[in-house]
Ligand binder design. Structure first.
Ligand SMILES: Cc1cc2nc3c(=O)[nH]c(=O)nc-3n(C[C@H](O)[C@H](O)[C@H](O)COP(=O)(O)OP(=O)(O)OC[C@H]3O[C@@H](n4cnc5c(N)ncnc54)[C@H](O)[C@@H]3O)c2cc1C
Length: 366
């Protein structure tokens, strides 16, 4: 009979790893299981933007605390607080920007509207057709490709076991918890945390629960090394662009443009039409990249539910199975909401409320 863990976290992205660390801090003997490597999913391929300006108003308290977590993780995750500008190029975009940023500032984010001359002085290479701009000094970025190695080291330090290459294919209840089955081995745990990102739907289906999880297929691109063009994180009022230039000179371009594929089929593919529009918007905002070479474009799967709020609580119908995922801007919020989830499972009072996965989902526009 193999050892029984207090809890198994299925999915070793930022959510599963951050929760496992908190569970360890609370004295739970946990194991993290991932079908591939830790941080190989969305948490390891995302654009790395840590921007309060692109977070939903209701999630602002979580994002602000998420930023504090990133700051404390520091160089080990390539954290840089650069400040960030969000730009509007038409009157309609300016109206959108002003209204959204007002609400976000009311929710606690230190966001201010700035004049064109302030913007030009800070970022002279940006297009000069800007109608309105906002600034947040807290914005910045981290290097998502360091997620796996960062959490591997932290889990080891805390004595938390993890198994990579453990694809969960079945979960069966037994008298003292659950038997979790991969192709060639099993693990036993008293409780489960489902933290499988865009694969949450298929994972929950193993337990006969149908979650309304959908996957978005976001695209990110990186350019060759360029002379320094911008020092801040740059966004667009529509939310369709994020840009940051790394110390190496390469520029990372994202904005949630959609590729093709499904999480079950593999890594997803870049869609050339979508990519072209993404790059055209980047060039519109930063004309100096007109002739820059794109070295690589890739996609990753981001999970969401119809109301675009997180799933963070008990799996409907189960007392000892929990879910954490579908967090919009989940890389930013992950280290914090993972801690909250850990506290919830440890039956501690959580600092902020969680998001009941059994709620009625009201469809909203993303
Ligand atoms: C391209 C892209 C760009 C993004 N840019 C940003 C950004 O700039 N800023 C930001 O804040 N957010 C961004 N996001 C969102 C953010 O990356 C995600 O919200 C966050 O990483 C989700 O973390 P997670 O742990 O829930 O999921 P994941 O990181 O996807 O982790 C889920 C893990 O579960 C594992 N798994 C799945 N099924 C099984 C199974 N059956 N058995 C075992 N393991 C399994 C997977 O291998 C994976 O490692 C972006 C997302 C994408 C895809």
């Amino acid at each position: 009979m193999n050892k029984i863990y207090d809890i198994a976290c299925i999915g070793g992205g930022i959510m599963g790893c951050a929760a496992a660390l908190q569970l360890a801090e609370g004295g739970m003997n946990s194991i993290v299981l991932d079908q591939g490597d830790l941080g190989q999913g969305a948490s390891g391929v995302n654009a790395g933007t840590l921007s309060l300006q692109i977070k939903r108003v209701k999630l602002m308290p979580y994002a602000i605390r998420g930023h504090q977590e990133w700051e404390s993780m520091g160089d080990a995750v390539g954290f840089k607080k650069t400040g960030g500008y969000t730009l509007a190029f038409t009157d309609h975009e300016a109206e959108l920007l002003q209204e959204r940023m007002r609400l976000k500032a009311e929710a606690g984010a230190p966001i201010e509207l700035v004049s064109n001359s302030v913007l030009r002085e800070a970022e002279p290479q940006l297009a000069d057709r800007v109608v309105a701009a906002s600034y947040c000094a807290e914005d910045g970025y981290s290097n998502s490709s360091l997620t796996g190695q960062f959490y591997r080291a932290r889990l080891k330090e805390q004595g938390v076991q993890y198994r990579e290459g453990f694809k969960v294919l079945g979960v069966e209840a037994c008298n003292d918890g659950y038997v979790i089955r991969s192709a060639n081995t099993t693990v036993r745990a008293r409780k489960l945390l489902l933290s499988a990102g865009a694969w949450l739907k298929s994972l929950a289906a193993l337990m006969d629960v149908d979650l309304p999880v959908q996957a978005r297929i976001n695209t990110v691109s990186v350019t060759q090394r360029l002379p320094m063009l911008t020092r801040s994180v740059i966004g667009h009022a529509t939310g369709l662009l994020t840009m940051k230039q790394k110390a190496s000179g390469s520029l990372l371009i994202g904005g949630g443009w959609q590729g093709r594929g499904t999480p079950e089929q593999g890594r997803g593919q870049v869609d050339v039409h979508s990519l072209r529009s993404n790059l055209a918007l980047a060039r519109h905002v930063l004309p100096a990249i007109e002739n820059a070479q794109i070295l690589r474009s890739w996609t990753g799967f981001e999970a969401n539910v119809p109301d675009f709020y997180p799933l963070a609580g008990k799996l409907p119908g189960y007392e000892d199975v929990f879910i954490l995922g579908c967090v919009r801007g989940g890389y930013t919020i992950g280290p914090y909401i993972g801690k909250l989830m850990g506290d919830y499972i440890l039956e501690r009072k959580t600092e902020l409320p969680l998001f009941d996965p059994g709620r009625d989902f009201v469809e909203v526009v993303a």
